[in-house]
Design a binder for this molecule. Structure first.
Ligand code: FBP
Length: 552
């Protein structure tokens, strides 16, 4: 396989560990903190997790090692969407495991949790692992979105572990995967299997964070990659002075990615879905908000701009989510066939008009035809509209265009509006991890092994103090049940890790809010440039602005 120069150089990069982990297991001991309680619904969570609830938070520190000396056979799984640094979690885990005892073994279950159920695995060795050090992607073993949640799956998982003598499973995933890790940990404990389960916090979306987890890995690299591109687009806009760029960024429901990119690049507009929901903004109000910036900038001779649109925003527009619900009803069961048999769009439109309430029809009617048709084409396996596939960047530019046409008629707007659309998502999920993510991930993996070695079960590998240099980072573990509450999912009460949305009273959002009106009318773009892997620490080791502002 031919390698790029950067890939060769990155093989040599030595990730930075927190000072307390550097000497290896021989000089690490545990400091146990208080017993923990779940984030909410304590009694219910306790009843569901009788064996793993209420355990103590722990922090590692330098001292006499008192861990078990048994041979460890560990299985690792990558779960869900790719996030830069996943390979390094596995490298850190492998290095800690082998340096503790060369007889220890690391299994990699392939293509996500399904690999454990199907007993599809590889066994890591130095030659194999060395090809993946400090690289992006999840191709080291593959990932997948199958969930480990049923009793039958747990029973099979138990049998597979027994067959290989596996002592612990490490699940690298987001909120849902780590929720399932906690359920699996409880199952293993209740059945006295002796198998431990440790989670590692992954997702570019940045929505697995709370008072214990400062950020999920991959968020740093992905947002830096998108911000580089948005900065480049801003500079092009400011050079050509003739286009408005509408840039949708990934992030599923939460707007952490959009907010971080805005903090890094200072675009003219950045929508924050959580604010849209809080203010109950309609599509028309959002379009007016953007059109105001277009009009003001145009009056100052700037017929160009940059607007960031978070991936999930339409779901947060109250009238739009009602429309989606009605469309799902309209096409439920056999009605979908009836609809699909209609041959022309006019016939279909009449069917839709008959089936929707007047309020939803009013919303539907203002959508561009392309988006209207998209709502009826893309369905998920449950027959629901796939909101994430809606091209909201095109939706908003079309709505803004309509608003500007009216303003032209009214004589308040005289400019030219030429929109260009972008969707940034997959471009960032497998980038070479930034030094921050390379170090953070390696530390998470290394630390996961320490938790295993000390016998912990149902814990999330926790590295904190992240806005400080890596040697000052603090390594430890948090019982996953501490992050849980009960939520209604698919008509049932379920224990889940609370998904973190952007808080409107958080420091990063307030920082953005105080400055955005100026950004909307002036041209104050910042050009972050590409991620730097080599050079001065103040360029190469910087964290996200979100983390910096949060911890200032
Ligand atoms: P995870 O939540 O699994 O980390 O995935 C995040 C994400 O990248 C979202 O930002 C995006 O909406 C989704 O995955 C897309 O996933 P897929 O390519 O599987 O549709």
């Amino acid at each position: 396989m031919e390698l790029s120069s950067l890939q060769k150089a990155r093989y040599q990069y030595v990730p930075k560990l927190p000072e307390m982990l550097r000497s290896g297991i021989a000089d690490i001991c545990v400091n146990e903190g208080e017993e923990t309680k779940s984030a909410a619904d304590c009694e219910k969570i306790k009843a569901l997790f009788p064996n793993t609830y209420g355990k103590k938070e722990i922090v590692f520190q330098k001292g006499q090692n008192t861990s078990q000396s048994k041979k460890q056979v560990v299985g690792v799984i990558l779960s869900g969407g790719q996030a830069p640094g996943g390979h390094n979690v596995i490298c850190g885990l492998y290095d800690a495991l082998k340096s503790t005892n060369p007889e220890n073994v690391l299994y990699g279950f392939k293509n996500g949790p399904i690999g454990l159920i199907e007993d599809d695995y590889l066994i890591f060795d130095d030659d194999y692992i060395n090809q993946y050090r400090n690289t992006g992607g999840f191709d080291i073993i593959g990932s997948g979105r199958t969930k480990l949640e049923t009793k039958e799956q747990f029973e099979i998982a138990g049998k597979v572990c027994k067959k290989h003598g596996i002592t612990a499973i490490v699940i690298i995933g987001g909120d849902d995967s780590n929720t399932n890790a906690a359920v699996l940990a409880e199952y293993f404990a209740a059945n006295n299997t002796g198998v431990q389960v440790i989670g590692c916090p992954k997702t570019i979306d940045g929505d697995l964070k709370n008072e214990d987890i400062e950020c999920s890995f991959g968020f740093d690299t992905a947002t830096k990659t998108y911000s580089e591109l948005i900065g480049n687009i801003g500079r092009d806009a400011n050079s050509a002075k003739k286009y408005w760029h509408f840039v949708k960024v990934m992030g599923r429901s939460a707007s952490h990615v959009a907010l971080e990119c805005a903090l890094q690049t200072q675009p003219n507009i950045c929508l924050i879905s959580e604010e849209v929901a809080y203010k109950k903004m309609s599509l028309s109000q959002i379009a007016d908000y953007i059109a105001d910036s277009v009009e003001k900038r145009s009056a100052n001779g700037m017929d160009f701009g940059v607007a960031i649109i978070p991936e999930g925003v339409v779901e947060f527009v109250p009238e739009f989510s009602v429309l989606i619900k009605e469309i799902n009803e309209l096409l439920a069961g056999s009605k979908a066939d009836e609809f699909n048999k209609l041959s022309t769009w006019n016939e279909k439109y009449a069917f839709i008009e008959k089936g929707l309430t007047k309020e939803s029809m009013d919303v539907f009617a203002i959508l561009p035809m392309g988006i209207q048709q998209q709502l009826f084409l893309e369905r998920d396996p449950h027959g629901n509209v796939q909101v994430s596939l809606i091209e909201s960047e095109k939706l908003f530019s079309a709505l803004v265009s309509d608003k500007l046409a009216l303003r032209k008629e009214a004589g308040t707007y005289k400019g030219k509006f030429n929109p260009i659309h972008h969707f940034l998502g997959y471009e960032g999920r497998c980038a070479f991890p930034s030094n921050f993510d390379a170090d953070y991930c390696y530390s998470l993996g290394y630390n996961a092994f320490m938790l295993i070695q000390y016998g912990y079960n149902g814990y999330l590998s926790k590295i904190s103090n992240l806005s400080k240099p890596a040697d000052k980072w603090i390594a430890g573990g948090m019982p996953i049940t501490k992050m849980m509450n009960i939520e209604r999912r698919h008509g049932e009460d379920k224990p889940v890790i609370k998904k973190a949305l952007v808080e409107l009273d958080s420091k990063p959002f307030k920082y953005f809010k105080e400055r955005r009106d100026k950004w909307a009318t002036e041209t104050l773009y910042i050009y972050p440039g590409a991620i730097q892997y080599y050079g001065p620490s103040e360029v190469c080791d910087i964290t996200t602005k979100t983390l910096k502002i949060e911890q200032e």
